[in-house]
Every structure is written in C-alpha cells, then in structure tokens.
Design a protein around this ligand. Structure first.
Ligand code: HEC
Ligand code: HEC
Ligand code: HEC
Ligand code: HEC
Length: 436
C-alpha cells in the first residue's frame, strides 16, 4: 500500500440501492469457468466499439475502454509480467518451466480458458482481457448493443454480473485472494511472488476507470458508490477467505494446511522484535501459535457493529471459534469457517440493502478507529484493510488538510510491512478520534 486514494469526495447522500445490487446474483459462474467461447480482446477493439481514443460524449458507455485498458491498466500487462526476469526467477525456483506457459501463473495473469473455448482471434498474451472479467462473449457480442439496454438478457447470454458488487468481489478475489482452483500458495510466495491483499474500493480506485457512474449509468445499473463497494466488498472478500478455509487448501500434501491461510506476520518478523501479546479476539491462543489470517474478518465485524450490534457480537464469536478450532482439528476449522462464511454472507446482504447515511458512515469510522485504539490492528493485514476502509469512509467527510494528513500518516505506517508498528498506528488512530 502506498499513497492514499485519489478520487474526489463522492456525494454524501448514498442513494438507496434497492434490489439492483443483487441483480444477476444466482451464483454467477466465473468467466474462467463459463460455458462460452471467449472471442478475444481484438473483437472488442474496433474504433466504433470500445477503442475510441477519448470517451464519447454522446454514448452511454465511454467507448474508449480498450484504450484505457491497453495504455493504463495493469491487467493488460499481466501476461507480459510473466516474461519478466522476476517471473523467470520465480518459475525457476518452482521448477515449472516457462512462466508464460505455466497454467499455475496463467490462471491469474491471463484469461486462461480451456483451448476449446478460445475463439479464432483469442490471444492468451492479451493478459487479463475484457472477457476475463466480463465473461465469454460468444452469445452476447452481437446482442449487447441492442436497445433498450437489457441487463437480464446480457447475464443470460453469459455476461458476468460485474454490476453486482458481491459477484464483482468474487471475481476480483478469485485472482487477488485466490480460490480453491487457483491460489497464491506459500510455495509461490516463497519463490518471490508478492503477497496478495484486496479491498474492493481501494482497488477500484487504483484501477484506471473505464466506466463512469453518471446519471445514465445509475439508471441502467445501480449507484456504484465507494462506501457500498467497501462494505459489500469487505463482506464478500471475507466470504471468499472463509470459503478458502473450508476447502482443499486445508488438506495440504505436507500434512499441514496451506501456509498462506495463516497470518504471514505471525511467522515473519525479527526474533528480537518480541511483540506477542494476547489477541483481543483470540485470548486463548498461547504464545508461539501460528494464527489463521483473520484480519479482514475483524475489520468486517467493526463495520457491521455500526448497524447491527448483535450481528457483530455473533461474528466476533465465530472468529474466536475459528481460532479455537485451529487448536483442535482440521474438521473443526472447516466447521467454524463454514459458520463464519455464512455470517459474512449475511453481512454482505445487509450492507447491500441498507441505506448507509452520513450518521452510519461516522459511526463506522469511529468503530474502525476504535479497533485500532483497542489494539485490534496488531497485525499488518488487519491494519492494511482497516486503513483502506478508513480512507473510503473519510472521503465522505469534508476534506481538510488535517484529515488528509492523518490518512497520509496511516498509509506511511503501512509502506513497509517489515517494520509495521501497531503502537504507532494506534497513535494516529487516537488523533483521528480527536479530529472528529
Ligand atoms: C483473472 C485474474 C484477475 C481478475 C479477475 C482481476 N484481477 Fe486485478 N490483477 C490481476 C493481476 C495478475 C494483476 C497484476 C498485473 C501485473 O502487474 O502483472 C492485477 C492487478 C490489479 C491492480 C493493480 C495493482 C497495483 O498494485 O497497482 C488493480 C488495481 C486490480 N488488479 C484491480 C482489480 C479489480 C478491482 C478487479 C475486479 C473488478 C480485478 N482486479 C480482477 C489479476 C486479476
Ligand atoms: C492467485 C492468483 C495468482 C497466481 C496463481 C499468480 N499470480 Fe502473480 N500476481 C497476482 C496478482 C493479483 C498480482 C498483483 C498484486 C498486487 O499488485 O496487488 C500479481 C503480481 C505478480 C508479480 C508482480 C508484478 C509487478 O509488476 O509488480 C509477478 C512478477 C508475478 N505476479 C508473477 C507470477 C508468476 C511467475 C506466477 C506463477 C508462478 C504467478 N504470478 C501466479 C495473482 C497471481
Ligand atoms: C479487471 C476486470 C475488468 C476488465 C479486465 C475489464 N473490465 Fe470492463 N468493467 C469492469 C467493472 C468492474 C465494470 C463496472 C461494473 C459494470 O458496469 O458492469 C466494468 C464496466 C464496463 C463497461 C460498462 C460501462 C457502462 O457504462 O455500463 C464496459 C462497456 C466495459 N467495462 C468494457 C470493457 C472492455 C471493452 C474491456 C477490455 C478492453 C474491459 N471492460 C475490461 C471490470 C473489467
Ligand atoms: C507457518 C509460518 C509461516 C507463515 C504463516 C508464512 N510463512 Fe513465509 N516462510 C516461512 C518459512 C519457514 C520460510 C522459509 C524461510 C527460509 O527458507 O529461510 C518462508 C519463506 C517465505 C518467503 C521467502 C523468503 C526468502 O528469504 O526466500 C516469502 C517471500 C514468504 N515466506 C512470504 C510469506 C507470505 C506473504 C505469507 C503470508 C501469506 C507467509 N510467508 C506466511 C514460514 C511462514
């Protein structure tokens, strides 16, 4: 995490988003596994379709999506990354041959659909192209421009419901968190792959926008606001993480679960940096225990508490249960993670349906800040997620130099995960609390 988000303060009034947030939510199949032919980026890229050099004023969509993606979006370079020296080194250490040919890498760095689902113009070297997010266009390519706009038909035709925040998060998380089919394992990390972290709003703001949430967008789709992205995104990310704790990743061939499911920093820090103390939400864990990565769950609980205290208490209990289970057996972990996943799902639909007004935003801000003051951000992963949430919430306040300074200070403390100090973040959080 480097700088703070750049987007301007969005409108304060978060419109009621109604049912549209859950549109197309009948458990959408991820593009990589859909039943459709992926026709290739070039089929989207003619100048009167999506390759205009500047956004078209007259059109509902920008029509310059391809140009934005090609020149500014890291997804367009994801395949090229596999040709870098860094990737070659990772691949050498893993003994997997050429990284740009290894399914292990291609599954996240390209639209790696089965050969029989690649159209004549499909190029694997396009990296994370349009259809890696929007779904195979075999059926919708010729029909998605028909008027009037028909989201239902597009979804039936195989267009992935990126206009549903929970489904969108599941999509991003499939590569940015990993799922049972593809995961940035500790083996890959050990070979030098960067650690993955994800918060939907921060990553949406970091990705060069190829769509604009304006009047016609809201009329056709829904009011895609930063706060909703952060809330539904955090809950849906937690759901993905809980799901990873129920599946095959627990049955690692070495006899212990996949190491990347644990808090990286419970193992990785200097021995002279003696920092152990009872975790506020896992008081029974003994010193020296390797702790499951629960950072996002705890931040979710704090956010949830602003609108539903009993649900927060229940979620906190489920997190404690997960830690207790980790001291018993893998079967117990599975059961606890299942319960945790259900609660994350409930939080996600609660957030999607609730009108999040300014009062709630302030309450959420206070609760995240309080989590830091209470010592709940003792680990880097929770801190990283919390600060990104705080950023989104703060964008709903009047922008002042002081507020910007506080956020910058918080981000600065995250700049280097090796010397993250919960104590220093706590001091910034205290100032935050006073600021309001
Ligand atoms: C098919 C896998 C895949 C999907 C789906 C995906 N990403 Fe990515 N994303 C990547 C890869 C791989 C990279 C790194 C590309 C590189 O630099 O080589 C990346 C990079 C990014 C970056 C740049 C990160 C940085 O450090 O600046 C952002 C932002 C991002 N993705 C946001 C998203 C969002 C938001 C979604 C969901 C709407 C999403 N991604 C969906 C694979 C994916
Ligand atoms: C589970 C999905 C996943 C898998 C599997 C995966 N990557 Fe990545 N990789 C990502 C994402 C997402 C990013 C961007 C992380 C970010 O910036 O937040 C990334 C970033 C990278 C980067 C850093 C890019 C940069 O510009 O900083 C390299 C290098 C890389 N991956 C190489 C590989 C190689 C080689 C493999 C195969 C051994 C591989 N990746 C497998 C998802 C994955
Ligand atoms: C990393 C994922 C990702 C990739 C890659 C991607 N998109 Fe998108 N796209 C999104 C998301 C998220 C949205 C916003 C949600 C929505 O409107 O469905 C979106 C929205 C759109 C829209 C809708 C704008 C509107 O006003 O309704 C168009 C058109 C579009 N993308 C075209 C493209 C094209 C063309 C490409 C390839 C050049 C592409 N996208 C690549 C994720 C992606
Ligand atoms: C259970 C303890 C444990 C956890 C949890 C853990 N690691 Fe490791 N990690 C190790 C061990 C052991 C090594 C091998 C160290 C060595 O060879 O010197 C290692 C090696 C690494 C290396 C290579 C370092 C080197 O010097 O070559 C990286 C990078 C890494 N881990 C990243 C991570 C990330 C990212 C996470 C969290 C997603 C994580 N680790 C979680 C124990 C752990």
């Amino acid at each position: 995490v480097t700088g703070s988000k750049t987007a301007k303060v969005a409108c304060l009034l978060i419109l009621l988003t109604g049912g549209s947030l859950t549109r197309g939510s009948a458990a959408a199949v991820l593009p990589q596994d859909d039943a459709h032919m992926h026709m290739g980026v070039s089929t989207c890229a003619s100048s009167n379709c999506h390759a205009s050099s500047v956004p078209e004023e007259q059109s509902n969509v920008q029509q310059s999506e391809y140009t934005t993606w090609l020149f500014h979006d890291r997804h367009a370079k994801a395949f090229r990354t596999l040709e870098s020296d860094e990737s070659k080194q990772i691949a050498r250490k893993l003994g997997i041959g050429k990284p740009w040919q290894a399914p292990l890498c291609l599954n996240c760095h390209a639209d790696n659909v089965a050969i029989d689902r690649r159209g004549p113009e499909f190029q694997i070297s396009d990296g994370v192209g349009c259809e890696a997010c929007h779904g195979g266009s075999q059926l919708w390519l010729s029909r998605h421009t028909l008027t009037p706009y028909d989201a239902e038909r597009n979804h039936v035709d195989g267009m992935y419901p990126t206009d549903n925040l929970a489904e969108r998060t599941k999509l991003c998380a499939s590569c940015h968190v990993g799922n049972s089919q593809k995961f940035a394992t500790h083996e890959i990390m050990g070979a030098g792959h960067p650690r993955l972290g994800f918060e939907l709003d921060a990553f949406t703001q970091r990705q060069p926008a190829h769509y604009q949430v304006d009047g016609d967008y809201i009329a056709r789709k829904f009011n895609d606001t930063g706060v909703q992205r952060m809330l539904v995104g955090t809950a849906a990310t937690a759901q993905s993480m809980a799901s990873n704790l129920t599946g095959v990743l627990l049955d690692h061939e070495q006899g212990y679960p996949e190491i990347s499911l644990f808090d990286c920093y419970s193992c990785h820090h200097s021995l002279s940096d003696v920092r152990w103390q009872p975790r506020i939400n896992a008081p029974n864990l003994k010193p020296g225990t390797v702790i499951l990565n629960d950072g996002v769950f705890r931040v979710l609980a704090a956010l949830l508490g602003a609108i539903d205290r009993p649900a927060e208490v229940k979620l906190l209990r489920a997190i404690r249960q997960l830690h207790t289970a980790s001291q018993v057996s893998i079967a117990d972990v599975r059961e606890a993670a299942l319960a945790l996943g259900e609660q994350a799902e409930q939080a996600q639909s609660l957030f999607a349906q609730r009108n999040i007004d300014k009062g709630i935003i302030l309450k959420m801000l206070n609760r995240v800040v309080q989590l830091g003051i209470d010592g709940g951000l003792h680990d880097y992963i929770a801190a990283e997620h919390a600060v990104m949430c705080l950023d989104t919430l703060s964008q709903q306040l009047d922008e002042t130099p002081k507020l910007t300074q506080l956020l910058d200070q918080a981000y600065a403390l995250l700049a280097n995960d090796d010397d993250y100090s919960a104590q220093r973040l706590r001091m910034v959080m205290r100032k935050y609390a006073k600021y309001q």
